[in-house]
Design a protein around this ligand. Structure first.
Ligand SMILES: *Cc1c(COP(=O)(O)O)cnc(C)c1O
Length: 408
């Protein structure tokens, strides 16, 4: 089992060590919740202040043109495209993941008008489940819940689309995008992936996997900031047949013609509905600078090493105190390890009080994200030491840690 010195040595040899300087993390904090909300890059405060002063403050309404604000949904989409294995004109940034999922589920129904079923991963993230149910009801389809580990083409022979999260939010399991997409296609269905927990953490190959549609958050591993607008991907072959169910003016082919009737813009641009969140997009634009010239395969390799190290230290130092919920094989996990314990909630709170920030997911999961751009091996070692201290001192029994906050 590696000791602390060994972890320090691993950090010395880490080719990504320099990226940590691009972030401004609070002193004394080990941040293992970057899979929920990534931290700001070191430039973010200054860039936001400059935006307010030199763009909005100086150019006022002229900023839409002078500072290119109106282009931001397409331009940010083009910046994210190489991170997901897409062409620049297949990705757009707008609205939230939930809203984009709504739009793309409708698009899938448009593209497969005669298919009565929407197939979806059982036990997926709540918003994905709720929206599948809602759109199915709106479009007169029924929902079939499937275990993504056992999907067959035959089960999809009557389905318009298969909807699945790439990394499961609670267990951290990474699903096989290529084979599941192939199964969907073999059954005649489209594949719609939610990449919220994988974009920015590992190289995605939407193109190689022949994915049709995808959505994902930009405030998790991409560090775009709280509420940063989401990505939507539509493969070129699906773009022209797709309609945006929110037929807003900025998805119009000529918004400033103020025409009496809606006519969709070409391509993914039609997924824009209303005025972009410019300040949030400036924040995301800044966050994406950290991904310039980044080898995502190297980031994935480091993340895998960090999650392996964490599991090894948990087992070695805490024995059977926690059940490891995530797959044991690192290649089958995202950048996340989930542990289960009956007292997960107060343990997470007690750990946060010791400076190690993870999160809790009902009913009994402690969730830890390992963002490879700013975490060190030594952070993993110190986090496990803090957890061992919490368990030894039983701080989590303190009633102050059992009171549930609004956001867990
Ligand atoms: C985080 C997450 C979301 C969040 O959606 P919002 O609309 O941004 O709140 C959606 N889906 C998955 C799989 C997530 O992990």
């Amino acid at each position: 089992m590696p000791d602390r010195d060994r972890c320090v040595a691993l950090d010395r040899d880490d080719p990504l060590a320099g990226r940590r300087d691009r972030f401004d993390l609070p002193a004394g904090v080990i941040y293992l919740a970057g899979n929920s909300l990534g931290p700001p890059s070191a430039d973010a405060p200054e860039r936001l202040a400059r935006f307010a002063r030199e763009q909005w403050g100086a150019h006022l309404v002229g900023g839409w043109t002078a500072d290119g604000w109106i282009e931001l949904p397409r331009r940010l989409g083009a910046r994210i495209a190489p991170l997901v294995g897409a062409d620049a004109d297949e990705v757009v940034v707008c609205d939230s993941t939930s809203v984009n999922l709504f739009k793309l589920l409708h698009a899938a129904c448009d593209l497969r008008p005669d298919r009565p079923v929407i197939a979806a991963a059982a036990d997926d993230f709540p918003t994905d489940r709720y929206l599948v149910d809602a759109v199915a009801a709106q479009r007169g389809r029924t929902v079939r819940r499937l275990d993504p580990l056992r999907v067959t083409a035959a089960e999809l022979a009557d389905s318009a689309v298969l909807v699945c999260s790439h990394v499961h939010y609670r267990t951290g399991r990474l699903y096989d995008m290529r084979s599941l997409t192939a199964a969907a296609h073999a059954g005649g269905a489209l594949a719609l992936w939610d990449v919220s927990h994988s974009v920015g953490a590992l190289p995605l190959q939407l193109d190689v996997c022949a994915v049709d549609l995808a959505v994902g958050c930009t405030y998790k591993f991409l560090n775009g900031g709280p509420g940063a607008p989401a990505l939507a991907f539509v493969a070129r072959h699906a773009q022209e047949a797709m309609a945006n169910p929110i037929a807003g003016w900025l998805g119009h082919a000529e918004p400033f013609a103020f025409a009496p009737a809606y006519r969709p813009a070409a391509g993914v641009g039609r997924l824009v509905a209303g005025t972009p969140d410019v300040a949030a997009m400036v924040c995301l634009d800044t966050a994406l600078d950290v991904f310039d010239e980044l080898d995502l395969a190297a980031a994935r390799a480091k993340a895998t090493a960090l999650t392996d190290l964490f599991v090894q230290l948990i087992r070695g130092r805490l024995g059977d105190a926690f059940a490891v919920v995530s797959p044991r094989e690192a290649q089958m996990r995202g950048s996340q390890v989930s542990l289960a314990h009956r007292d997960a909630y107060p343990i997470v709170q007690a750990l946060i009080a010791r400076g190690v920030v993870g999160d809790f997911r009902a009913p009994d999961v402690l969730r830890f994200g390992f963002a490879p751009l700013y975490l060190r091996h030594v952070d993993v070692f110190d986090a496990v030491s803090a957890l061992a201290d919490v368990m030894r001192a039983e701080d989590w029994r303190n009633p102050r840690y059992t009171r549930r906050a609004a956001v867990t």
